[in-house]
Ligand binder design. Structure first.
Ligand SMILES: C[S@@+](CC[C@H](N)C(=O)[O-])C[C@H]1O[C@@H](n2cnc3c(N)ncnc32)[C@H](O)[C@@H]1O
Length: 261
């Protein structure tokens, strides 16, 4: 029989935070807890106190656990219709200033940042665009810096744009040097980061806050909105919402695209 403490979830989260800095207590508990318990049950570990022990004895199992909880799913040109709008409306509006400072917040292995870089080169070649990608998972940041993508990652990419930005390599695609020169990737925790007010023209934060508890999500949206300069844009995921856009100085421009007043 497995004995579990009343809140072995909290105990587990505290231990994971001490190992990785990731604070799962800020994420939606039901989903995260279910995910953790199912993962450990499949390893024959039936309590989260047992999971702490398992991690102590087998530190190498952390990799697999991170794969399970950070959910790094991404792809090039994810939601292609959004990228058409970015190219046709957002970038030309932003390029009037000559430079575009963009941030892919929760960038995973960089697909979003390189997609944006390709589109900037095509749609507004004269603008000086710089794109920062940040993710809490340092393994993803390391991958993003390499700029390699599988054929599966490229499945929604328009062929002409794909070959404009990427070179064919064995088993996939590699971002061309000029895209790598426009992008930079750093590890960063969105729950703690305090970006400078008005420091970005465009922030993409898609498919990351879905895992956050609502007050945490709203507080992040507040900081992101503050970091967008007037006239700039905040783009969120297609299943997400900003709960009080007007209160943050944002107006809905298209579904999931907000403009800062
Ligand atoms: C599903 S991916 C989304 C990638 C990309 N934005 C997209 O839409 O294709 C979510 C990413 O958010 C990252 N993430 C989760 N919590 C985070 C946090 N607190 N700070 C920064 N990144 C976080 C995960 O590591 C993961 O790579």
């Amino acid at each position: 029989m497995t004995v579990t403490t009343a809140d072995d979830y909290v105990e587990f989260c505290a231990y994971l935070r001490s190992l990785t800095g990731i604070d799962l207590l800020q994420y939606k508990r039901p989903q995260m807890e279910r995910r953790l318990r199912t993962f450990y049950a499949s390893q024959g570990v039936h309590s989260l106190s047992g999971a702490v022990e398992h991690l102590r004895i087998q530190p190498q199992s952390l990799e697999q656990l991170l794969d399970r909880i950070t959910i790094n799913v991404s792809q090039l040109w994810r939601n292609p219709e959004l990228w058409e709008l970015v190219a046709a409306e957002l970038l030309p509006a932003l390029a009037r200033q000559g430079q575009i400072r963009a941030w892919s917040a929760g960038c995973s292995y960089g697909a979003e940042a390189y997609t944006l870089a390709t589109i900037c080169r095509q749609a507004v070649p004269a603008a000086r665009a710089t794109i920062l990608g940040t993710d809490i998972d340092k393994r993803m940041v390391a991958r993003a810096r390499l700029g390699f993508f599988s054929d599966e990652d490229a499945r929604s990419a328009p062929p002409r744009l794909l070959s404009a930005g990427f070179e064919r390599v064995q088993d996939g695609w590699r971002a061309k040097l000029e895209l790598r020169a426009m992008t930079r990737f750093d590890q960063g925790d969105l729950l703690r980061t305090q970006p400078r007010p008005r420091s970005y023209d465009l922030i993409l934060c898609r498919n990351t806050v879905i895992y956050f508890a609502e007050p945490i999500r709203d507080e992040l949206h507040r900081r992101l909105a503050e970091a967008v300069r007037p006239g700039g844009f905040l783009v969120i995921g297609s299943t997400e919402r900003v709960s009080n856009p007007a209160g943050l100085g944002l107006s809905l421009q298209h579904p999931f695209i907000y403009r800062k007043a």
